[in-house]
Design a protein. Structure first.
Length: 389
């Protein structure tokens, strides 16, 4: 058997191959991530022959070009969490930090865990796509907050407080919010104030029907009264209208992108085997559930509950998994369900006088341990079912 270790970096990798007994078949060699050099690597590995398994670290997205090239060529490719490679035989070899030494170390890891390695599969690809969708959603969410605040700042000069009169929970199928769509048509307080209450109410009713929102007479009166009392500092002219309309269009474009991303996140998450069991856990909603699965990945790659908890505290980016866990803990606290072990644990810590951050972190750790146990048990049952079939 031949173990191939690949130390991946941006645009290039160092590849080494060895067999049991310390025999080096392929000394550490740099391979650029170009079609020509990847094809040449495939030819060299095929000439080695025999049972070949390839291991590389899960380093950002840098590993994807070489992993896909080797997978398409028919090789066994395993993409391993970098922390597992780091902790493997952590001796003087690792202290000599070179790409060549790392490639050989990864090859050694491949030999040591030969029978336990998992071949990169379509399921792994789904997990990667889900993670990328979730990361894009986070960036889009950040943009939407900035644009929303910018629009409110402009409205403070044309129709102050209208975003509070029409609260944000009104959301259409397109992902729009009612108050945002409203100010595209009624962009200045004078657009409402110039009418009588009855005339505006009729106009507002027609607008609601056209845009697909529910009409309420009391709501129309509330908007009308707000317009009567509002003080605008921008004039009601074409320049001001253009400013508001463009701000609305930009914000709605981002909201529509968020709606598409949310739907795709749910679709990809539903393709994963643990989807059903994860979505039954309190706090795992339409967004937080897929994000949780994306950031944790395949739970089978963790050797224990402690390994998963350590991953969340040490290896995971701070605004990804930990942020998702805090969102889930907040939902659990809001529900205050007495049959939820995580809530009872946090409530106990809170009653002991622990700081908010302390009991939230403790709750997140307990949630991860429960997550690990439930998902691992569920996936094991699925494997048994497949074997029996």
């Amino acid at each position: 058997m031949t173990a191939v270790g690949i130390d991946v970096s941006k645009g290039k990798s160092v590849v080494a191959a060895r067999r049991p007994g310390g025999e080096v078949i392929l000394p550490p060699t740099q391979v650029n991530h170009t079609a020509e050099e990847l094809a040449h690597l495939v030819d060299r590995l095929r000439k080695i022959g025999g049972d070949i398994r390839i291991v590389m670290e899960h380093t950002g997205m840098y590993w994807r070009p070489i992993a896909h090239a080797l997978k398409e060529a028919g090789f066994f490719v395993s993409v391993v969490n970098a922390i597992l490679i780091h902790n493997f035989s952590n001796n003087s070899l690792r202290k000599v930090k070179t790409d060549k030494a790392d490639a050989l170390k990864i090859a050694n890891y491949c030999l040591a865990f030969w029978t336990e390695l998992r071949n990169f599969s379509d399921e792994d690809e789904t997990r990667q796509m889900l993670k990328m969708q979730c990361r894009l959603y986070e960036r889009t969410q950040k943009t939407s907050v900035e644009l929303r605040n910018g629009l409110i700042s402009l409205l403070d000069q044309t129709f102050p407080g209208i975003n509070k009169v029409l609260p944000s929970p009104y959301c259409s199928k397109r992902g729009h919010y009612k108050w945002v769509d409203f100010v595209k048509t009624f962009w200045h307080k004078d657009c409402v104030k110039k009418h009588s209450l009855n005339a505006f109410s009729n106009s507002y009713q027609r607008w609601c029907k056209k845009e697909g929102y529910r009409f309420r007479e009391a709501e129309a009166e509330k908007i009308y009264n707000a317009a009567q009392n509002a003080v605008a500092t921008f004039p009601a002219n074409e320049s001001t209208e253009l400013l508001i309309v463009q701000a609305v269009d930009c914000l709605n474009a981002v909201y529509e992108s968020k709606a598409v991303l949310r739907a795709e996140m749910r679709r990809l998450a539903s393709l994963l085997p643990e989807y059903e069991v994860v979505m039954t856990m309190q706090g795992a909603g339409d967004i937080t559930g897929p994000k949780l699965m994306a950031e944790i990945g395949d739970v089978r790659r963790f050797t224990s509950k402690r390994a998963l908890v350590a991953f969340a505290g040490v290896d995971a980016p701070p605004f990804q998994l930990r942020r998702t866990l805090f969102q889930i803990m907040s939902v659990i606290l809001q529900h205050s369900s007495l049959d939820n072990a995580v809530y009872l644990f946090m409530d106990k810590k809170r009653a002991e006088g622990k700081h908010f951050y302390v009991y939230m972190v403790a709750g997140a750790a307990k949630f991860l341990r429960i997550y690990y146990a439930r998902v691992k048990e569920y996936l094991a049952a699925l494997e048994v079912g497949k074997s029996a079939a």
